[in-house]
Design a protein around this ligand. Sequence first.
Ligand code: GLC
Length: 532
Amino acid sequence: MAAPSWWQRGAIYQVYPRSFADGNGDGVGDLLGLREHLDHLTDLHVEAVWLSPVFPSPMADFGYDVADFCDVDPLFGTLADLDQLIADCHERGIRVILDWVPNHTSDRHPWFLASRSARDDPMRDWYVWRDGSPDGRPPNDWRSEFGAVGPAWTYDPDTGQWYLHSYTPQQPDLNWDNPQVEAAMHDVVRFWLGRGVDGLRIDALQRLAKDPLLRSNAGAARRHDQDWETAHDRLRRIRRVVDEYRGRIIVGEVYLLDLPRVLAYLQGGDQLHLAHNFVFLHLPWDAVAFRSGIDGFQTLAEPDAWPAWFLGNHDHSRIDTRYDDGDSGPARARAVALMLTALRGTPFLYQGDELGLPDAEIPPDQVVDVDGRDPERSPIPWRPPSVAGPGAGFTTGTPWLPLVEAAERLCVERQAADPRSTLSLVRRLAALRAASPILQTGEQRMLDAGPDVLAWLRTLGSERLLAAVNFATEPRPLLGEDVPDGRCAVLLSTDPGRTDLSVTAGACELRRFTLQPSEAVLLRLLDDDTAQ
Ligand code: GLC
């Protein structure tokens, strides 16, 4: 394979700006706070940072309800601050990806204000308006993505019609069947790419195309409210706009739990560069399940479709909590970090994954999200509360969400000082990937290596690495014909108790290698029948 593109080389790190770092003491993270913590990103060798939305917004969905696509919300700073952030990142060799929310706007966006003002307003058709049923019910049976919201329709008494919202009522869906909407949204893409942004994450891409006849889902073979066949040409036209600029990418949030349908957005070289694979994110902690998730992608993807692997974002319970095995240690979160780094494809890291953060406890009177996602959005603890106060270096004010209880132990400052910490491990992994063409572009073959063990081989020229993850809570040997003969050295282990790295660096037999409970390792093959 040729030299990798920047977006294939290393990790893309998701910043949820509200919760990353607060520069002005109002309790909410902002661009100034982020700029002050760019060393953290450099230490993680990230190739790019993806920012969740920072655009003007009434914050009904914490920024995913956008009132102006081409500006910055004063809560986060100014457009000049964002320009400065982009320049600062570029100076460090870090690319910037913004979150583009094309499916909907805020109900305060001027387009929607015009659209709802009158049935004959020229912008009426920019959104999806319909009459209800004669007995006063919504036009069809579509439901909001958020269970608590219920129907995906809200009645507007002033004009006597219902409007569609796939999420909250404050997020009316744009009508992408209207070419004027498509053109206006293409202009937003040009605005940001022209400003030097390196890529866009496309929010809720599967929602951009719906059945134009708005038929109900009930009884239908497939859903009518998303993933309609018009999606692909629509995406190709977006890609053509992106390709007007050099070296820019689009990452799609394709929230479909059906791998062939996800891959349909990635194939052909003229759609997405990278797709978030939610089938992978929803896998249970089980070696067989992960094996089939990875094999599934490899089998279905065209040779040029590049994989991306992620197991956490701002919408899902954190890795450490989701995969909790009852002991309090972050062993599985550490194993995940190694897995994402060593698989062929682009790893995505959600802020805090590098600390092994668990979900935060949110007391009922502090819940703010409509869909129960506050626990994974808790602010990053930078410094020990005993030193920096209750804001843990995230803020000098009152944090907008409570911090994790273990902030004292899990904060960046403490972990950076401890070579056995999760942060130190993730930094080592990132440094290794940055320095290892084999981890970036090497071929990959999955191996049968015994019960509860997920193992794979990476090869580049005569170099060979074996990665293995033990999904069991007891030790497991590497077993079976598939495990190459010969000696190996441990490059990296996620088990802080494995103190024999120097001994094993002196080499051990691969077929006698035993993984510790929940341990993941990267082994360098030293010699064997084929690699002499
Ligand atoms: C995406 C975002 C989520 C948001 C939704 C609506 O799924 O990740 O946070 O609520 O889209 O924009």
